[in-house]
Design a protein around this ligand. Structure first.
Ligand code: MTE
Length: 334
């Protein structure tokens, strides 16, 4: 077992804490920007998160704590099938300051910038090939579908992982409520996007396929594990984790879990999705966690499991097929 310890996540240099994919993804973004004819003057912006570098450690810590200090969710049950996994739950402050949310920037340190996400009066439209289309207010959703807590493993395609205690409801409950027609075969999930607000440096220009969209086969969405999260660590979802509603698909790589969802559409054919459109060879539509299928640029056989602070550190663990959830989902892919 290898343990790599870096003293303070907020003082570590980008290279120290940035997973190799992120580094390369950033190069790809920069290449995309160049390809799109964007001038060299904006390139330095794409390489740093200026909002964070301007904040000192203690101010930063105070702001981080404030971003996680959210209303508790009390009307919930613990699903006995998902109270623990064989690894400890990742510390909340670590998970809350090590995120991917490209609308708010291209580093892991977007938590502060993501506080711009406007979550008031949030509506979620459920439409397409359904008998009972709905537009839900977020509070209505939280009342309508009984909430439960589930501890799930979380595995990013960049080969880091966490264990997270989500609060939400199974996606199959929404399927029951809107009654898809027999023509519905796929589902597309769309994240909030407003170029005036989502200000990831340089990322809204050129050919990047905003808004962030993801998709599932309808059988995948109906699986027991597929989950909509409205909370985490006992309280409402922080903005950096995709408030107020996000997808959690624990047997797939994390990029399949679109954040801050505003629209859900039932379709008859496979939708285009964000990363798959950027590079289909590296990010396939199915994206099931698979230790035997290397990413074109790195192995997926092991992962960096992030669990304990105060600084960022990880243990190297073996990657599990379907992220350890084969008994629930293996039959979907036979
Ligand atoms: N959803 C949106 N809208 N934008 C994103 O950039 N990143 C994805 C996914 N959902 C992303 C997104 C990726 S690559 C990962 S690994 C997870 O969110 C990270 O979730 P977390 O930051 O809550 O750990």
């Amino acid at each position: 077992m290898t343990l790599i310890r870096i003293p303070q996540i907020w003082s570590a240099s980008e290279n120290q804490i940035t997973a190799e994919t992120l580094y390369w993804n950033r190069r790809r973004f920069i290449k995309t920007l160049i390809g799109a004819g964007i001038g060299a003057s904006i390139l330095p912006l794409a390489g740093c998160d200026s909002s964070n570098s301007a904040v000192g450690k203690s101010a930063s810590q105070t702001a981080l704590e404030a971003s996680l200090d959210l209303p508790k969710i009390t009307n919930l049950t613990q699903n006995p099938a998902f109270t623990k996994v064989q690894r400890p739950i990742t510390e909340e402050k670590l998970a809350g300051q090590y995120n991917n949310f490209y609308e708010y920037g291209g580093t892991k340190k977007i938590w502060l910038n993501a506080q711009k996400l406007p979550t008031e009066n949030w509506k979620v439209e459920v439409t397409g090939l359904v008998n009972n289309p709905q537009t839900y207010d977020i509070d209505e959703l939280k009342q309508k579908f009984p909430l439960e807590e589930r501890v799930y493993r979380f595995r990013c395609v960049e080969a880091w992982s966490m264990v997270l205690p989500w609060i939400g409801f199974p996606m199959k409950k929404l399927i029951e409520a809107v009654e898809p027609t027999s023509k519905a075969k796929y589902v597309r999930f769309t994240s909030f996007y407003d170029p005036e607000i989502t200000t990831g440096p340089g990322f809204h220009i050129g050919s990047l396929p905003w808004p962030y969209q993801e998709g599932l086969r309808i059988e995948e969405m109906a699986n027991e594990l597929a989950f909509f999260a409205v909370g985490i660590y006992g309280h409402d979802l922080p903005k950096q984790h995709g408030a107020p509603l996000r997808m959690v698909i624990p047997w797939k790589y994390g990029f399949k879990g679109a954040k801050s969802i505003v629209k859900i559409e039932f379709l008859d054919s496979q939708p285009a999705t964000y990363w798959n459109t950027i590079d289909s060879r590296e990010y396939d539509f199915e994206a099931n966690v698979n230790p035997n299928k290397p990413h074109p640029r790195w192995s997926q056989a092991t992962e960096k499991f992030i669990s304990k602070g105060p600084g960022l550190s990880w243990d190297i663990k073996e990657t599990l097929a379907y992220n350890g959830y084969g008994e629930y989902v293996g039959h979907l892919y036979s």
